[in-house]
Ligand binder design. Structure first.
Ligand SMILES: [Zn+2]
Ligand SMILES: [Zn+2]
Ligand SMILES: [Zn+2]
Length: 144
C-alpha cells in the first residue's frame, strides 16, 4: 500500500505523523480509539499530544483514507479498510473486529425517497453493529 500516493491524490502532505498513523491502523484488524493510536505513536513521537492525533485522524477520515466508527458508546474510533469499492461495515462491539459488508440496500431507500418525498439521494452512511460469529460461538460455550 503506497500511502504517499494516496495522500498526494487527496492534496494531503505525507507528514511523518500521517504516515505513521496509516501504518499503525493498516496493520490492525480492529478499530482503535485516538488514545490508543496516540499510545502507539509515542514510540516514534514521544511528545505527540492528543489534539494532534485527533486532527490527523479527522483529516484522514474526511479524505476517506480511514473509516470513522460511529460507535453506540458515543466514543470515536477509526480503522483502515483495504477495500476501496463502495461497501459497508459490520462492527463487532465485543472483539472490535470489522468485516466488510458487500450488500448495500440503498437502492430501495433511493426508490422510497424519490417516491414518497419527491427527493433524490446523494450519499449515505451505514454501519452495522453487533457480535461477530466467533464471539457468538465463544459465548455459547460459556455457562452464565
Ligand atoms: Zn467479535
Ligand atoms: Zn471495508
Ligand atoms: Zn451503500
Amino acid at each position: 500500500m503506497d500511502f504517499r500516493t494516496i495522500l498526494k491524490n487527496l492534496d494531503l502532505k505525507s507528514t511523518p505523523k500521517r504516515l505513521a498513523i496509516l501504518d499503525i491502523l493498516s496493520r490492525e484488524p480492529t478499530y482503535l480509539s485516538p488514545e490508543e493510536v496516540r499510545g502507539r505513536l509515542k514510540e516514534r513521537f514521544a511528545t505527540i499530544g492528543l489534539p494532534t492525533v485527533y486532527r490527523n485522524l479527522e483529516e484522514l477520515a474526511n479524505g476517506g483514507v480511514i473509516v470513522k466508527v460511529i460507535h453506540p458508546d458515543r466514543k470515536l474510533y477509526y480503522f483502515f479498510c483495504h477495500n476501496k469499492e463502495h461497501h459497508h461495515h459490520f462492527v463487532c462491539t465485543s472483539c472490535r473486529r470489522v468485516d466488510d459488508l458487500i450488500f448495500c440496500g440503498v437502492h430501495e431507500i433511493e426508490r422510497e425517497v424519490s417516491k414518497t418525498l419527491n427527493g433524490t439521494v446523494s450519499s449515505h452512511i451505514m454501519q452495522v453493529f453487533g457480535v461477530c460469529g466467533s464471539c457468538t460461538a465463544g459465548n455459547k460455550g460459556k455457562t452464565v
